[in-house]
Structure formats: structure tokens, C-alpha cells
Write a protein that binds this ligand. Structure first.
Ligand code: ATP
Length: 763
């Protein structure tokens, strides 16, 4: 026994929890109409994942929850739990007991649980299908659906049979593979389109990269040339600088010396320019001498004159003295004597008048003086005129002569001084004349030498300015090189030029190389630069990176495409394989079912024949909902392209002793028996763990009920049966009978009852 129990709580009329144990092959559920028996069958459908509320006889999920009754409150949730014995691992799960539970809440939310753990519906379906319990519910035949298998179209019938045969799992796999294939093909298209999209970009980038690689090659070449050129240039400039400096140094020194010498010579000559002033001095001294000498002559002349005068005066005095010796014989003028007598009279008169002694004394003194002056006067006039005058004249002349003499002495001194000055000046001028001549000679020599040195220095200077130009040019080239080929170009210091055989050159070989060779190299480099500029590829590294990334992406896409194609191929193969398996299994299954069908059918009807026929039907491709289920007769051609054929199952029956054929011609009871025969046949080929038959025996008469009962007994060997029935015959075969009652509170209740009771209930 696989099915252990069902636990119903809050589901439909089961307002209170009810548990049904199924530990016998056949269990029967009996009860009056409307007591809730079919709700038990629906509880099975519900817990097995039925998604159509309509097929559970409801409109909304809420209709599945106990709605309350008199004195019974409504439930908030409906739950149904099935418990299976899994010791034989009919379910692919490592538990000895498996419970499957479904809960629906008033807010329509649904929960599924396996052994108490929440799972998805998909998990439930998978678990069930591993135990041949299909989602199509073929193992639950609801009330009035006994002939469902007869009424359904060929496709539904095929699905039902596939489900019963356990092929659903393959079908699902196939559907899933088809979906995957569609998705894969979509991905393939996408990847192909992506690759198509990037292909021109890759082509463009490839061209760019080729250009860039060529450019890199050129750059590399140029870098090598730069290294050689820069190193040689630098060594040349260094060497040239050094040699210019070496050559220039003594020249500069010599030049400075010459400057000094020149200055000295110039100084000497400058001094000679003061020659004129010295000449002036000479002239001045000469004129002064002249003046002094003229003065001397005048003085001499004056002195001569004075001496002449003095000697003539001396001569006169001698003559006078000779005259004076004759003077004592001289006669005095009477008048003058009378005049003196008068004066004395006057004086005496004064003294007589006064009579005073002192006065008289004074008058005597005056008379004495008058007499004396008279004598002297007569005497003097003679001297004066002669010797005294002459002597005074001589004295005067001598004084004058003495003055001249002093002046003459002074003039003589001045003359001596001036003469000395003159001769000094003269000799000085002569000396200067000599040194000027030397200085002039030096000047000529210095200037000549200076000119020569200047010429040499100028030569060196022009070499220097050429070198400066070279240096500037080198710096400019270095800058340009770093921009053009990057810093690698500046690493020329690590490089040393070699000859064609790779032998390192000597410094001498480098610096002595004709400059034209460097010029030619520069020219060659210029040509490469122009080619580089013409290449005009910018952002080299970025483009290479982008090309790399894009090709990597393309390679990735190519690989992905390969993988997708492979997986598409393997999916296609799998689909083919599954289709083949489905076809084979289906056909084998149908064959097996047909054997059973025929047996059950003849058992039911006592003869006749019944079989399933594999047929093809036309299906309009356009609409999935509007599937025309027209069976296509073998040999008919498919007319319309938009139609595709689908394999389905038809039923062919022929009753014994009756000419009529086909399902349409069967009576209600005949239909019920046929469908039961088919259901039993299906169940026997691939028995599900349990089968629920809700009043499938309702339409059977007594004789057929017996046959039905026999078939049930046979079937119960393969599957556990839960039979909802009013049929006594059927009840008689059940191990357990559950009676379902509904009280005035509208709640279904369960109780295990005896057969007799059951018969009573059924009645
Ligand atoms: P019959 O023998 O006539 O087929 P039955 O025993 O199979 O009858 P069911 O169809 O199982 O009876 O039960 C129908 C009963 O369940 C009705 O009385 C209906 O009112 C009740 N029922 C259905 N849904 C609910 C619900 N949500 N809440 C309460 N009762 C419900």
C-alpha cells in the first residue's frame, strides 16, 4: 500500500479536520447525496496540483475554502495532505514516508509542501510524475467523468494515455528541450547578429592595427636611428665644445695680456699728448727768461746812468770845495744887516716894557737865535747851492742804485731759476720723445697681434655659434622625438654607435666623422617622420587595445556560437531521441493497452472488439486555443500549409451482435462500460499508486455491476482503489468503508462503517 491517508481541513464542506486512512487495497466512500463524497475526490485533485478551479467545481479559489454553516464558522484556509509510504521509494526522495500538502488561503495564495517544507508546484509535479501520478488526473475519475476518456478529443486522449504510460516526463523533457532549442536558436541569431554587427568594426580596426603595427615598426626603426644620431651628435658637441674651449683659452689670455699692453702703450702715448703743454711751458719759461733779461738790461742801464750821475756829482763837489775855500772873504748885504738889527730892537723893546728877568732871558735867547740864523743863512746858501745839495743828490742816487741793485740780484736769481727750468723741460721732452717712439712701435705690434688673435677668436666664436645651433637643434630633435616615438627615443645614452659589423666605434671615429654623414642621417629620419605623419593613425595603443578586446569578444562570441550550435545540435538530437522514445513507448504502450482494452471490453460485453488507434489530426498553427481536432483519415493530404498535423488517439469499438460501430452509437451504460474497460486497461499497463473512481458505476445495471466489481478486484492488485459509490456490489469488495454525513451545520463528517451500515446508507 502506497497511499496511507488523506487529511482534509477547511476544504469545501470539510469545515472540520477529517482523516481517511487507506491501509487496504480497496476503500469505499459512501453517503447520501450532497454529504461531501465528491469533495473528497476533489481534495485529491487539489492536493495533486489541479490548477483549474472550474474542474474543482468552483469559480474562485475562495470557493475551495469551507464557507461556514449553521453554528460552524467559516475557515480561513483549506488544506489537504496526502501521506504516502515511500519505503519502496516510489517517489524519488530519500524518505520512508512522504507527505504532500497544499494550502489555499482566502487571499488566493497557494502553498505547497513536501514533508512540511515549502516547495514549488513544479517540484510537486516532478515528484508525482516519478510515481506515475500524472497532472492530467487520469487516476481520478470524477463524478460524471467516467466517459471523459471517450468524450475527449484525440489530442487530449493521447495526453491522458501518455500521462498514464508515464511518458509525460519525456514529453515534458521534450517540451523543455524544444523551449531550450528555441531559446538557443534565438541566442544563436543574436550572437550571429552581434558578430555581423562587429565584423565591419573588426575589419576597420584590423586595418588600423596593421597601419599602427607598420607605424610601430617605423617608430622602432626611427628610435634606433635616433639613438645613433643623438649619441653621435652629443659626443660631437661635447668634443667640439671641449676643443673650442681648449683652443680659446690661451687666445683669450693672450688677448687680455695684449689689452693690458695696449693700455700701457696708450697710456704712454696719452702722456705724449701732454707734450704740447710742456712745449707751452718751455715757451712760457723762454718768454719769462726774455722778460727777466730785458729787466736786467734796464736795471743795468739805470744803474750805469746813476753811477754816471754820481761820478759827475762827485766831480762837482770837488769843484765846490775848491770854491768854498774862497768864501771867508765874502761881503754881507747891508739891508740884511739892518733887518737883523731891527728884529733885535723889537726884542729889546719887548724886554724893556716888561721888565721880567725870565722874559729878558727869553728875549736874549731869541736875539741870539736871530743872529745865528742870519749868519747861517748867509753861510748855508753858499753850501746848499754847492756841496750839501750835491751830496744829498749823490745819496739819493745811491739809494736808487741800491734799489736797482737788489732788483738786479732778484732778476739774476729768477734768470738762474728759469734757465734751470728751461733746461729741465728740454731734457724731459727729449726723454718723452724716446719713450713715445717705443710705445708707438708696441702699439703697432699689439694691434697686429690683437687682430690676429681676434681673427682666431672670431673663428672659434663662429664655430661656437654653429655648435650652439647644433645643440639647439639636438634639443629640438630630442623634444620632437619624445613626442613622436615616446621616451624610448631619449634612452640614447644607453647606446654606443657601432660600425656595420657591430664593433663599437672609438670616440675619435665618432667625432671625426664628416658632418655630412650626420646630415644625411637627419635627412633620412625626416623622411620617416613625414611617412609617420602621413600614416595619421592616432591613439595607437587605444586602437590596438580596442582591436584586441573586440577580437577577443568576437572569439568569445564565436566560441559561444559554437557552444550554442553544439547545444542546439544536441538538443535537436535529444528532441529526436525523445520523440523516438515517445513514439516507440507510446506505440508500445498503446499496443499493450489495446491488449488489456480488448480483454476488459470482451469481459464487459461478452465479445466485440475495442482498440485505440493512432491517428493524425490537422491543427491550425495560428491559434493555440482554437485547436481543430479533426481527425485525419489515413491517406488524406494536408491541404493548407498553415496547418500542421498532430498525432492523437481515436477509439474504435464494435459491440458483439450489433452492427453499429463507433462511440457515438453507444448507450449511456455502454459508454460507461467502454470507458471503464479502457481506464482499467490503461491502469493495468502502467499502474498508478492509487485510483479514485467517483461513482463510475452509477449507470451500471446489476449484471454489469458484478462485472465491474470483478474488474475492480483485478485492478486492485496493481493500484490502491478509492471508490465513491452507491453500488452495493462495489461496496462489497471494499476493505474499508467510510461513511460521509453532513449535519445541520453543513460540515461533512467521516466515520468508518460496516458493510451492512454502508448498504443502509447507500439506500
Ligand atoms: P452526491 O452523492 O449527490 O454526488 P456528494 O456526497 O458527492 O453528493 P458533494 O458534491 O461532495 O456531495 O458535496 C456537495 C456539498 O458540499 C454541498 O452540500 C455543498 O454545499 C457543499 N459545499 C461545497 N463547497 C462548500 C464550501 N466551500 N463550504 C461549505 N460547503 C460546501
Amino acid at each position: 500500500m502506497y497511499l496511507k491517508s488523506i487529511e482534509i481541513s477547511g476544504f469545501k464542506s470539510f469545515g472540520k479536520k477529517a482523516v481517511l486512512d487507506f491501509n487496504v487495497p480497496i476503500s469505499a466512500i459512501v453517503g447520501p447525496n450532497g454529504s461531501g463524497k465528491s469533495n473528497v475526490a476533489e481534495a485529491f485533485s487539489f492536493v495533486l496540483g489541479e490548477q483549474s478551479i472550474k474542474s474543482l467545481r468552483g469559480k474562485r479559489a475562495e470557493d475551495l475554502i469551507f464557507n461556514g454553516g449553521k453554528d460552524a464558522p467559516r475557515s480561513n484556509r483549506a488544506s489537504v495532505k496526502l501521506v504516502f509510504n515511500n519505503v519502496q521509494r516510489i517517489f524519488n526522495i530519500d524518505f520512508d514516508e512522504v507527505s504532500i500538502e497544499r494550502v489555499v488561503n482566502r487571499d488566493s495564495s497557494s502553498e505547497y509542501l513536501i514533508n512540511g517544507s515549502a516547495v514549488r508546484l513544479k517540484d510537486i509535479v516532478e515528484l508525482l510524475s516519478s510515481a506515475h501520478i500524472g497532472a492530467s488526473g487520469h487516476q481520478i475519475i470524477s463524478q460524471g467523468e467516467a466517459d471523459k476518456v471517450l468524450n475527449s478529443n484525440i489530442r487530449e486522449r493521447r495526453e491522458m494515455i501518455e500521462d498514464a504510460l508515464g511518458l509525460k516526463i519525456y514529453q515534458n523533457k521534450k517540451d523543455e528541450s524544444v523551449r531550450k532549442l528555441e531559446k538557443t536558436e534565438e541566442n544563436i541569431k543574436q550572437v550571429e547578429s552581434l558578430r555581423r554587427e562587429i565584423a565591419p568594426h573588426i575589419r576597420f580596426l584590423k586595418k588600423q592595427v596593421e597601419k599602427i603595427e607598420k607605424m610601430f615598426e617605423m617608430k622602432e626603426n626611427l628610435t634606433k636611428m635616433y639613438h645613433d644620431y643623438f649619441r653621435r651628435e652629443e659626443e660631437y658637441i661635447k668634443f667640439e665644445k671641449q676643443s673650442i674651449s681648449t683652443e680659446k683659452h690661451p687666445l683669450v689670455e693672450k688677448s687680455h695680456k695684449l689689452e693690458q699692453e695696449l693700455a700701457e702703450a696708450k697710456q704712454i702715448l696719452a702722456k705724449s699728448s701732454s707734450k704740447d703743454s710742456r712745449s707751452d711751458d718751455v715757451v712760457k719759461v723762454e718768454s719769462k727768461l726774455k722778460e727777466v733779461r730785458a729787466l736786467k738790461d734796464n736795471l743795468m742801464r739805470s744803474m750805469g746812468r746813476i753811477e754816471g750821475e754820481i761820478s759827475s756829482l762827485l766831480r762837482l763837489i770837488k769843484k765846490q770845495n775848491e770854491t768854498n775855500s774862497a768864501m771867508s772873504k765874502k761881503t754881507v748885504n747891508l739891508f740884511e744887516v739892518e733887518n737883523v738889527a731891527k728884529q733885535i730892537d723889537l726884542e729889546i723893546a719887548d724886554a724893556t716894557d716888561g721888565g721880567d728877568i725870565s722874559k729878558i732871558k727869553q728875549i736874549f735867547a731869541s736875539i741870539k737865535k736871530i743872529l745865528k740864523d742870519f749868519i747861517e743863512k748867509n753861510k748855508e746858501s753858499e753850501d746848499k747851492e754847492s756841496i750839501a745839495d750835491l751830496e744829498s743828490e749823490i745819496k739819493k742816487l745811491e739809494t736808487e742804485k741800491n734799489g736797482y741793485d737788489i732788483k738786479l740780484k732778484e732778476a739774476n736769481n729768477l734768470e738762474t731759476e728759469l734757465s734751470e727750468q728751461y733746461s729741465f723741460l728740454k731734457s724731459d721732452i727729449e726723454k718723452e720723445k724716446d719713450s713715445n717712439r717705443d710705445a708707438e712701435k708696441s702699439l703697432f705690434r699689439i694691434v697686429a697681434e690683437q687682430n690676429e688673435i681676434r681673427g682666431k677668436i672670431n673663428g672659434l666664436n663662429s664655430r661656437e655659434s654653429v655648435l650652439k645651433h647644433n645643440e639647439d637643434e639636438l634639443n629640438r630633435e630630442l623634444q620632437e622625438a619624445s613626442i613622436l616615438v615616446g621616451v624610448a627615443a631619449l634612452r640614447y645614452k644607453d647606446f654606443w654607435p657601432t660600425n656595420a659589423d657591430g664593433v663599437a666605434l672609438t670616440l675619435d671615429e665618432i667625432v671625426k666623422e664628416p658632418r655630412q654623414v650626420q646630415e644625411d642621417k637627419k635627412h633620412a629620419m625626416e623622411k620617416i617622420k613625414i611617412r609617420l605623419e602621413d600614416a595619421g593613425v592616432s591613439g595607437g595603443d587605444d586602437v590596438v587595445k580596442e582591436y584586441k578586446e573586440t577580437t577577443e569578444r568576437d572569439t568569445f562570441l564565436e566560441r559561444e556560437l559554437g557552444d550554442l550550435v553544439k547545444s542546439s545540435e544536441s538538443l535537436k538530437a535529444l528532441i529526436v531521441e525523445l520523440e523516438e522514445k515517445l513514439t516507440t513507448e507510446f506505440k508500445n504502450g498503446v499496443t499493450k493497452i489495446n491488449i488489456q482494452f480488448q480483454q476488459f471490453f470482451t469481459a464487459m460485453f461478452g465479445g466485440g472488439s475495442a482498440s485505440l488507434l493512432v491517428v493524425k489530426e490537422k491543427k491550425k498553427k495560428k491559434s493555440d486555443t482554437d485547436i481543430s481536432a479533426m481527425a485525419e483519415i489515413d491517406g488524406d493530404e494536408i491541404q493548407e500549409e498553415q496547418e500542421e498535423s498532430e498525432e492523437g488517439l481515436d477509439i474504435e469499438v464494435s459491440l458483439p451482435k450489433k452492427k453499429t460501430k463507433g462511440l457515438m452509437m453507444l448507450s449511456g451504460g455502454e459508454r460507461a462500460l467502454t470507458s471503464i474497460a479502457l481506464l482499467f486497461a490503461i491502469s493495468q499497463v502502467n499502474p498508478p499508486p492509487f485510483i479514485i473512481l467517483d461513482e463510475t458505476d452509477a449507470a451500471l445495471d446489476e449484471a454489469n455491476s458484478r462485472k465491474y466489481g470483478e474488474m475492480i478486484s483485478a485492478l486492485s492488485k496493481y493500484s490502491q482503489l478509492i471508490l465513491i459509490t452507491h453500488n452495493r456490489e462495489t461496496m462489497a469488495r471494499a476493505g474499508i468503508i467510510y461513511g460521509v454525513t453532513m449535519g445541520s451545520d453543513g460540515v461533512s463528517r467521516l466515520l468508518s462503517i460496516q458493510f451492512e451500515e454502508a448498504v443502509q446508507v447507500a439506500k
